[in-house]
Write a protein that binds this ligand. Structure first.
Ligand SMILES: [Zn+2]
Length: 347
């Protein structure tokens, strides 16, 4: 494991890098993405431009004014203590019993964050997980709340996969992608937890379109990152300016290969935007992986008892990712369920 590439993929994700690249390549070549592009173009009433890779008009929360959401969250959560006090209530809203909710919430504390938010898991039984969230003196705004719910998902995962595992060595989940998937399961229910009803009958369809479009963007930047790091290991003497140039060139290369046919514009360097691809090597692919896993899990959870399934899935402990996924939903990690759902929606 003498490179960051091997350590990130084979060691941490327990998946070989070429396997991940193959998965991304297959998905980004899906012809369905062009259909989404034409839907977006119709909605916007113009040809697409490169920045439309961040089109967020499918997000159902966009239909509720953010000020309204923020006024609700800041009244509910004026300080970290208020959020901490409400953790058991959030858990029972999701479906856990009051006893189970107390058991989990007792092992999580809430601290004020200087950054956006963070979840630091306990490393031994008897210790607590830390939910770090940013709250200004005006209280928690919607953005902070949305992040806090995400982090809370991490903390619950951290708690179950540590306290409820028989063998300490098996504690945790296979990799960051799995813990992100769990955090998204929570985060996507943030409005429900606020008691807000989504009146949009197209919600599920919109969510599928949103997930599919988002996945293309985050896979694109992940692809740039993988190619750049491979180049960096082939060119260990590279200077800062050579690296900068390579990032831009690679971004354009990936754009022209996968995005230009979908967006209809060539030579955009936009995919070079994530600076943390340099200071935190090869983290970006985790997001795509997490979203694929999240989608598979969400699909599986439809119509089932959310919390008993989460308990069951997380109590598997730290199996290898494919084994964990087989146990969780009965199939291996794949973007196919998303493509299938997309086909249904596009019809
Ligand atoms: Zn996260």
């Amino acid at each position: 494991m003498n490179t960051a590439i091997l350590r990130r993929f084979s060691w941490e994700m327990e998946i070989a890098q070429p396997e991940v690249e193959q998965l991304f390549d297959t998905y980004m070549r899906s012809p369905q993405l062009k259909n989404i592009a034409s839907i977006i173009s119709k909605r916007l009433g113009r040809d697409l431009r490169p920045f439309d890779i961040w089109y967020d008009g499918f997000k159902t929360r966009s239909s509720i004014p953010e000020e309204l959401l923020s006024s609700k969250t800041s009244a509910l959560y004026p300080d970290p203590g208020a959020f901490k006090a409400n953790l058991p209530a959030i858990l029972t809203k999701l479906g856990w019993s009051p006893e189970r909710a107390k058991y989990l919430a007792d092992k999580i504390v809430v601290d004020p964050a200087r950054g956006s938010g963070h979840a630091a898991g306990a490393a031994m039984k008897g210790s607590v997980s830390h939910l770090r969230t940013r709250i200004s003196d005006k209280g928690m705004d919607y953005k902070g709340y949305n992040i806090a719910v995400h982090e809370f998902g991490h903390n619950v995962e951290q708690t179950i996969s540590m306290y409820d595992i028989d063998n300490y060595m098996m504690s945790g989940v296979p990799n960051t992608a799995c813990t992100e998937a769990m955090a998204y399961v929570f985060q996507s229910r943030d409005l429900m937890l606020l008691g807000m009803k989504d009146e949009n009958p197209e919600k599920t369809k919109m969510e599928t379109l949103d997930a599919a479009w988002d996945l293309m963007e985050i896979m694109g930047v992940g692809m740039v990152e993988m190619r750049v790091w491979k180049w960096l290991y082939e060119n260990p003497e590279a200077t800062v300016s050579q690296l900068k140039n390579k990032v831009t060139v690679t971004a354009v290369e990936v754009w022209n290969e996968y995005f230009a046919p979908v967006i209809g514009v060539k030579d955009s360097p936009l995919l070079a935007i994530y600076s943390h691809m340099v200071n935190t090597p090869l983290y970006l692919p985790n997001y795509s992986y997490g979203r694929i896993i999240h989608f598979q899990i969400e699909e599986f959870l439809q119509g089932k008892n959310l919390t008993s399934e989460l308990d069951r899935i997380l109590k598997q402990g730290r199996l290898t990712p494919q084994q964990w996924m087989m146990g969780a939903v009965g199939t291996k990690i794949s973007a196919q369920p998303l493509i299938n759902k997309l086909d249904e929606v596009l019809k």
